[in-house]
Design a protein around this ligand. Structure first.
Ligand SMILES: Cc1cc2nc3c(=O)[nH]c(=O)nc-3n(C[C@H](O)[C@H](O)[C@H](O)COP(=O)(O)OP(=O)(O)OC[C@H]3O[C@@H](n4cnc5c(N)ncnc54)[C@H](O)[C@@H]3O)c2cc1C
Length: 509
């Protein structure tokens, strides 16, 4: 392993791979990833990537839909950039060989999802993320990007308030080591694993956000956690709940109570295609009313041949669990899915710490505001990773001061609080929160976080990261005394203009 590279990227999902493939010709580019290359959230994205291609669609429409769902907190400039630069980059993926579904082999077969006024979801059947990951890994190889697997990045190295590299656990030597870089990029994905039930794979423990927070970066809008309304009830694959894509409702799927009564018309004039926060709250309300552990999602009225062709993964996976979606409804529950907040960055992906960039789900560009419009996250990662690759041309080469002293390993091994915190977040920080519950959660999380010493933690590093991220979510939720978008708190059920701003937190150094 080199001691120093030009561009160091942490994470091999859409954000990390896009950035790396675009800068590899400018200097030595290394991706470190904590499991195997394709162990990413990206790999599991089903629905697709939103971009304006439809003949009745326009940038104006996509911007309007994004702002509407974001409920006043979207950064308008970032939204405009994402929407306008998106189609060219989606087309670029297609030109690389990404096999997006097309009608008659020519134009993209555009799907429709909740909150979108038009059909604009470019997809590869229902395994879009897998296909994007595949093509970007191929491209990275062609461009000469080195990807090193099973390397766990533990903390950032900050010198004179700049990020100059990372501490990591080196797979080869089985030691904690340092790696210096001109530019360090966090592309570590989401934090669904902070919750008991999540659609996110096991890598999604919010490591990048926790590391950036500990290093003194600004972290924004952590209270906005998106719960996907329709994950299959009580069935998990490697700790991850199986998601039934929003596109199923886009193609006519209907949510019903356990007794088979449709209910979404009572909650929104958009019915089953209402934005995710509305649908998730409606599902929880109906579950409480009927004392049921799940609601039903029914697409069995569509032709079996259509379902099998349009949703092959969903059809086959459910069938393996004994649910034939062509003949019967699927039991579903809302599940932690996506984090709108993260490391605060500008429209070039730069964080508040010089030489540290953050891209993809671990970043907060502000495009999602208080709620993410479906299929805007792959797009966000693609657009801002590309912009960051353009920006780094102006980053000058860095000197490492001779008196640099490596931080010590923590004196005590941190405890493993993973399960306790997941249960805490499930109980107090779900779709519907209360101030009392959040206070209880804060009390517990403060006790947990006091158990971790300063210094580099290897054993239970994820437990420490989960603790930091849970603390950020709870504290940010307590600061926002209103309900807006994904943040619903019973004591303050309405929006309040006073809170028409980002929640920004920063650790005093
Ligand atoms: C089931 C599911 C379906 C989804 N469907 C859609 C969809 O249809 N459309 C859409 O737009 N979005 C969708 N999303 C969201 C979208 O997939 C993610 O937001 C996006 O893929 C995030 O990409 P990323 O590159 O930021 O992170 P990821 O793809 O999650 O990659 C993170 C990388 O960081 C690495 N990493 C993390 N911590 C460390 C560490 N400490 N050291 C080293 N490496 C580390 C991981 O190993 C991984 O390689 C979906 C998400 C899920 C889970």
């Amino acid at each position: 392993m080199p001691k120093r590279v030009d561009f160091l990227v942490v994470g091999s999902g859409i954000a990390g791979l896009t950035f790396a493939t675009k800068v590899a010709h400018l200097g030595e580019t290394l991706i470190l990833t904590k499991k195997r290359k394709a162990d990413t959230n990206t790999n599991y994205a089903q629905g697709g990537i939103a971009a304006v291609f439809g003949k009745d669609d326009s940038f104006k429409n996509h911007i309007k839909d994004t702002l509407m769902v974001g409920e006043g907190l979207c950064h308008c400039k970032a939204v405009e950039i994402m929407v306008k630069q998106g189609p060219r980059l989606v087309k670029e993926l297609h030109d690389m060989g990404c096999r997006f579904s097309t009608s008659n082999g020519k134009t993209f077969d555009l799907g429709k999802e909740g909150g979108h006024s038009q059909r604009r979801i470019v997809h590869a059947k229902d395994f879009t993320g897998w296909e994007i990951e595949r093509i970007l890994l191929e491209e990275a190889k062609k461009e000469g990007v080195t990807i090193s697997e099973n390397e766990i990045v533990l903390d950032l190295i900050i010198q004179h308030e700049k990020c100059i590299g990372i501490y990591y656990f080196e797979a080869d030597t089985q030691k904690i080591n340092t790696l210096f870089a001109n530019v360090t990029v966090l592309a570590t994905g989401g934090a669904g694993q902070v919750y008991l039930h999540t659609t996110n794979p096991s890598i999604a423990t919010g490591d990048g956000i926790a590391m950036a927070y500990r290093a003194g970066a600004k972290i924004a809008n952590m209270e906005f956690v998106q719960f996907h309304p329709t994950a299959v009830y009580n069935i998990k694959i490697e700790g991850r709940s199986f998601l039934i894509s929003e596109a199923v409702r886009g193609e006519g799927g209907v949510l019903k109570t356990k007794d088979g009564v449709p209910f979404m018309h009572k909650y929104s004039h958009s019915g089953n295609l209402a934005p995710r926060d509305v649908v998730a709250r409606a599902c929880v309300s109906e579950m409480l009313k009927t004392e049921a552990k799940y609601v039903l999602l029914d697409i069995s009225h569509r032709r079996a041949a259509f379902i099998k062709k349009r949703f092959p993964t969903i059809y086959e996976t459910c069938l393996r669990w004994g649910i034939d979606v062509t003949r019967e409804p699927i039991p579903v529950v809302p599940t932690a899915h996506y984090l709108c907040g993260g490391i605060l960055v500008n429209t070039w992906g730069e964080s508040s710490i010089p030489r540290l960039f953050a891209l993809g789900e671990c970043a907060c560009t502000g495009v999602h505001g208080a709620n993410r419009l479906a299929s805007n996250s792959l797009l966000e990662a693609l657009v801002f990773a590309t912009r960051a690759s353009q920006k780094i041309k102006s980053v000058k080469s860095m000197k490492i001061h001779k008196h640099f002293k490596m931080k010590k390993a923590a004196a005590r091994i941190g405890p493993n609080f993973k399960l306790a915190i997941k249960e805490l977040m499930h109980q107090y920080c779900g779709v519907i929160k209360t101030e009392y519950g959040l206070e209880e959660a804060k009390h517990s999380i403060d006790r947990y976080s006091q158990q971790f010493d300063d210094g580099i933690h290897l054993i239970n590093a994820e437990s420490r990261n989960i603790t930091d991220v849970a603390k950020l979510i709870i504290e940010s939720a307590l600061l926002r005394k209103e309900s807006r978008g994904l943040h619903y708190i019973q004591e303050y059920p309405h929006k309040n203009k006073k809170f028409l701003k980002d929640t920004i937190v920063k650790k005093e150094q």
